[in-house]
Write a protein of this length. Structure first.
Length: 390
């Protein structure tokens, strides 16, 4: 199988698996005071230090979670419930991940006012549009890089706008992790206590750690209400016995991803460019969506006019290629991508897209497999009942 869906999840790294399995043999609870508990505690805190070092944060700022969705929920619900008196509204760009869109929708159903920020045709957030909506808002959120179309936002401008406006900001760095340099300290800058960048979400399974571990980096001065209540673990922000094995696997994966990042960016960018130009020479109607230059190196997101994305996906799967439409599937039916619609395309176009994402294990052979299959798949997925699943 040729796996071109690394943005959904990427294969477990052997080093992370080994660290995970070794730590899973430990018997102690990291909160226990006996020797076994203290051994577990030491590995846990070392892992926190290693993750903090890569993200350029203080270890105490790293709160381990179960992944991106939990981190985002903790950040958005936590900031909303702890909002400062006199603030109102949530600044929400139109092309965020569903974990963000749906969390904000739930807060809106409870009375929060949404200050929507349109995105540009390439999926990017305009820093000035974002900045305009910040003053007086209870909180703001934004993607560092868009997980569907790969467009990279200007995170330093967004964070400095939030710092100037005195608004707490959460960044979703789940898609950016392992591909872009991330310094929590630099992005936070000299923002006043509790304002500017206060929280940043990451997930382990996007960089070769197991599914089920992630982190929310939370500035020391952030005011955040916990989602889970119980023990006082992790500054009281995330109660519950801590997952030492997950933490050490995440630390192992994030260090390796960071060591490889620059070389991999170049390699994947080259492979991706060959994939895009190869597809466009076989299917001239295909159009690359998202920013041409400021995009994640492994992301190729294409519109195939007139074709049903789901049918393309199915035909490629039969040809041994795993790709994605990039958007959510509700009850087995693909939704049109809200990201593509936010970029100004109609619903039909939003159902005619495919996302190929490359990663650590991607090779020329994976690209070749797509190029062998794409022209015929396009013809069949555009035809009427020619075998493509509709
Ligand atoms: C940008 C972004 N945010 C959040 C998430 C959710 O993360 P998780 O699947 O770890 O819950 C994803 C996962 O695809 C993502 O790409």
């Amino acid at each position: 199988m040729h796996y071109l869906d690394h943005a959904a999840t990427t294969p477990l790294r052997p080093e992370a698996r080994d660290a995970w399995l070794a730590a899973s043999e430990l018997v102690g609870n990291a909160s226990s005071t006996h020797g076994a508990g203290q051994d577990a505690r030491r590995i846990l805190e070392e892992s926190r230090e290693r993750v903090a070092a890569v993200l350029d944060a203080d270890p105490i700022e790293v709160v381990f979670t179960s992944g991106g969705t939990e981190s985002i929920n903790l950040a958005l619900q936590g900031l909303w419930h702890a909002r400062a008196d006199g603030t109102d509204g949530i600044v929400l760009p139109d092309a965020e991940h569903h974990a963000t869109m749906d969390t904000v929708a739930a807060l809106a159903a409870d009375g929060a006012f949404v200050r929507a920020v349109p995105v540009r045709a390439d999926g990017s957030i305009s820093s000035s549009d974002f900045a305009e909506r910040l003053p007086g808002a209870a909180l703001a959120t934004a993607l560092v890089a868009n997980n569907e179309v790969g467009t990279i936002n200007d995170a330093p401008s967004l964070t400095s706008a939030a710092a100037s406006a005195g608004t707490p900001l959460h960044l979703d760095a789940v898609a950016a992790l392992g591909h872009l340099p991330l310094s929590f300290r630099n992005l936070r800058g000299a923002a006043d206590a509790g304002t500017g960048l206060v929280a940043l979400s990451v997930a382990g399974h996007k960089i070769g750690a197991p599914v089920g571990v992630g982190a929310l980096v939370v500035a020391r001065t952030a005011k955040l209400t916990a989602l889970l209540r119980g023990g006082a673990q992790q500054r009281g922000l995330r109660a519950g016995t801590q997952d030492v094995a997950g933490a050490v696997a995440f630390a192992t994966a994030i260090e390796l991803a960071e060591q490889e990042r620059e070389g991999e960016s170049l390699r994947l960018g080259t492979l991706r460019d060959r994939l895009v130009s190869g597809i466009r020479s076989r299917v001239p109607a295909a159009e690359l969506l998202g920013a041409p230059r400021d995009r994640l190196p492994g992301n190729a997101h294409l519109l195939f006019p007139g074709a049903v994305g789901e049918s393309l996906l199915f035909l490629l799967d039969v040809a041994g290629v795993a790709a994605s439409t990039g958007s959510a599937c509700q009850a087995g039916v693909a939704e049109p991508s809200h990201v593509v619609i936010a970029m100004g395309r109609d619903e039909k176009d939003a159902r005619s897209v495919l996302r190929f994402t490359l990663g650590r294990t991607s090779t020329e052979a994976d690209v070749d497999a797509v190029l062998r299959a794409i022209a015929e798949a396009y013809v069949r997925a555009s035809g009427s009942g020619t075998g493509a699943r509709s």
